[in-house]
Design a protein around this ligand. Structure first.
Ligand SMILES: [Zn+2]
Length: 129
């Protein structure tokens, strides 16, 4: 199996395990179809792209982290990228608490937050049952 498809399998598994929510910010993410997610959440496509599900290595590859289930969580692009802007990148638990602090004061996903919350509270009719 090639590396990319193994990783995407692990990512999908983590996505399901986390009920489609980002490991760090707890916001819903999408896999495969940004248009549907944008419509559901009432976001522009550009905004929706920030919530694409990515595979996040808890222990970074460069530190010897492997592509194994225990080391992969699902995180939105936004959280994933921001973690690696920080030098050195904080460990996952610390980064999660940084994200949560920013969320509490409204400086993380601020513009789109309310729309997403609405989408969670009022799921798209006709997609289940
Ligand atoms: Zn996130």
């Amino acid at each position: 199996m090639c590396k990319a498809s193994k990783l995407s399998k692990l990512r999908h598994h983590a996505f399901l395990n986390q009920n489609g929510r980002c490991y760090y910010c707890g916001y819903p993410m999408w896999e495969g179809n940004p248009e549907a997610f944008a419509r559901l959440a009432g976001l522009s496509l550009e905004q929706a792209k920030r919530f694409q599900c990515t595979a996040e290595h808890l222990q970074a590859r460069q530190d010897g982290g492997r592509d194994v289930e225990e080391n992969i969580v699902a995180a939105c692009v936004c959280c994933n990228q921001r973690r690696h802007y920080l030098r050195p990148a904080p460990d996952p638990a610390r980064y999660r608490s940084i994200v949560q602090k920013h969320l509490a004061i409204g400086s993380w996903h601020r513009k789109v937050m309310r729309k997403l919350l609405d989408a969670i509270a009022f799921p798209q009719p006709g997609t289940s049952s």
